[in-house]
Design a protein around this ligand. Structure first.
Ligand code: SGN
Ligand code: CA
Length: 522
């Protein structure tokens, strides 16, 4: 794709592109935030649990309705953000395999371009933060309550901070803004731990939504009838894999009570033990009576499944409410300090998430709920209320930031700046990508999602599932979906002759992509 410097983008602009040069950048990323849980996207779930502050970004800026990741998993997705490269280029294909230590980070380029840079929150990379003047990072996934942070000043040590992760991360973000060098533009990365599993809400929101019955997604009881083995073999089902203690906070569970899957009950007990006596008392005063009432009913079968779903979604949406509140706090700070006039604000997630669709939680698949990611962008001078259907991907963030910084896009960055889309009311330029490439590698691993790659043109999607090269089996198969006729992806049409033309076209694209990008089954 051709790279056009921003200064060439004139005419038909929603904002004056020339002034876009060297805005400040605030990039907010949450962890596992589904677009279904942001009311600006209009999903039925969010109607009962709106997100007014996130919606402010869409009202004043642009809602990207077809924003995707390349590899639906935290560390690989963060590597896409930081390097502007696909997973096979940076080496960060799974949660554990090492990133190419020579891969330059966008933060380094921004620093070279004269930006002051800060990174706050969940880092979850296997290397030290690079290119940041300031950082305050959590270890690994981090903790919700009294999380530990490490900065340049703590000499490698993590230090416990009293409070709730989402609030503390926002405190540090505001502290960065307060203490910044006002002579320089800044780029601030605010990476929330929330709403990652196991969805622990803040104490003042434990009662929120307790009376709300969230609607079940249409595909909740999907039987995967037309799909291949990956959908049948996954271990991310609310029914079979969600844990009563760790995920659903029922500490009263004991062996012999008939509940299965208590892999990580001690993990949750450890989280509770890290709370102060006051925090724990408050927590237990709310959850214990609810848990005891549920256990007294001796729920089984579908009644138990529905209870699990409601507990899961209520906790998840409480955690979202607190993100929304804290994003609002950060936006208020930017507004009251006149920073909205020269700051671009991006809100996204490291990937999407299943809110019970297909009976699942977690992510990883190239099916829409986890392939997609929310993306809301505000930039100074935008008309607001804009929506874009351009196919955008997380490899586009780094080029966008460099475009803003008026810095050249380095050759290894395969994505493209989003600014041309933003300056043309959401319409993509003529030479914009027509296909998205996706590749998930992390198997064997937790949740047992088979390796797969694929292409999508936004309407049709081809997925290729395969076993690792060294597994001694060449067990592979394809699936094809028509997203217009079948938005829930229930009907795999790979063998339907009527789709032969599209299958052929997508297969050629996938082959061409693998060849051009030198990527293949792994
Ligand atoms: C943890 C979770 C998984 C989750 C991965 C990856 N298990 O391992 O459910 O898929 O993180 O998430 S837990 O028992 O530790 O909660 S990611 O967002 O970091 O990719
Ligand atoms: Ca994640």
């Amino acid at each position: 794709m051709n790279y056009k410097p921003l200064s060439l983008l004139l005419g038909g602009c929603a904002f004056n592109a020339v002034h876009a040069q060297r805005w400040n950048i605030v990039y907010i990323m949450s962890d596992d935030h589904s677009y279904q849980a942001i009311s600006a996207y209009g999903h039925q779930l969010s109607k009962q649990a709106p997100t007014p502050n996130l919606d402010r970004l869409a009202e004043r800026g642009m809602l990207f309705q077809k924003a995707y990741v390349e590899n639906s998993l935290s560390t690989p997705s963060r590597a896409c953000l930081m390097t502007g490269m696909y997973s096979h280029q940076s080496g960060q294909r799974t949660l554990d395999c090492p990133i190419d230590e020579n891969a330059p980070f966008v933060s380094e380029y921004l620093q070279q371009a004269g930006y002051q840079t800060g990174m706050i929150g969940k880092w979850h990379m296997l290397c030290e933060p690079k290119g940041f003047d300031t950082y305050q990072i959590l270890p690994g996934q981090g903790d919700y309550y009294d999380p530990r942070f490490r900065s340049k000043e703590t000499e490698g040590k993590y230090v416990v901070e009293k409070g709730y992760a989402t609030n503390l991360i926002t405190d540090y973000a505001i502290q960065f803004l307060e203490q910044r060098d006002k002579e320089k533009p800044f780029a601030l990365f605010v990476h929330h731990k929330a709403p990652h599993r196991n969805w622990m809400p803040p104490l003042d929101m434990l009662d929120l939504y307790e009376d709300v019955e969230f609607p079940l997604p249409e595909t909740f009881y999907d039987d995967y009838a037309t799909r291949g083995r990956a959908a049948h073999e996954q271990q991310m089902s609310i029914e079979k894999d969600m844990e009563m203690c760790y995920d659903l906070k029922v500490t009263q569970i004991k062996p012999g009570m008939g509940y299965t899957h208590e892999r990580n009950g001690d993990g949750f007990r450890h989280q509770l033990s890290r709370m102060s006596p006051e925090q724990r008392e408050k927590w237990e005063s709310v959850y214990n009576p609810r848990n005891e009432a549920m256990l007294a009913q001796h729920l089984t079968g579908n009644a138990l499944l529905q209870w699990k779903y409601q507990r899961y979604i209520r906790d998840y949406m409480r955690v979202i409410h607190s993100i929304d509140e804290q994003v609002g706090r950060l936006l208020d700070y930017l507004e009251s300090n006149n920073l909205m006039d020269n700051t671009m604000v991006v809100y996204s997630s490291d990937q999407g998430f299943y809110m019970g669709e297909h009976g699942w939680f977690d992510k990883r698949f190239m099916y829409e709920e986890s392939f997609r990611t929310p993306l809301l962008v505000y930039a100074p001078g935008m008309k607001g209320g804009l929506k874009s259907d351009a196919l955008v991907q997380n490899i586009d963030f780094a080029p966008t930031f460099l475009d803003i910084a008026d810095a050249e896009k380095p050759k290894q960055m395969v994505g493209a700046s989003l600014l041309p889309i933003m300056s043309h009311d959401g319409k993509e330029p003529k030479n914009w990508r027509k296909y998205l490439y996706y590749h998930y590698y992390d198997c064997p691993a937790e949740h047992n999602v088979m390796r797969h790659d694929g292409v999508s043109d936004g309407r049709y999607k081809l997925l290729h599932f395969y076993k690792p090269k060294n597994s001694g089996t060449s067990d592979s198969y394809d699936e094809l979906y028509d997203l217009k006729k079948d938005p829930n992806e229930l009907n795999n049409v790979i063998s339907d002759k009527k789709y032969a033309k599209h299958l052929n076209r997508l297969q050629k694209q996938l082959d061409a992509f693998r060849q051009e990008q030198k990527v293949d089954e792994w």
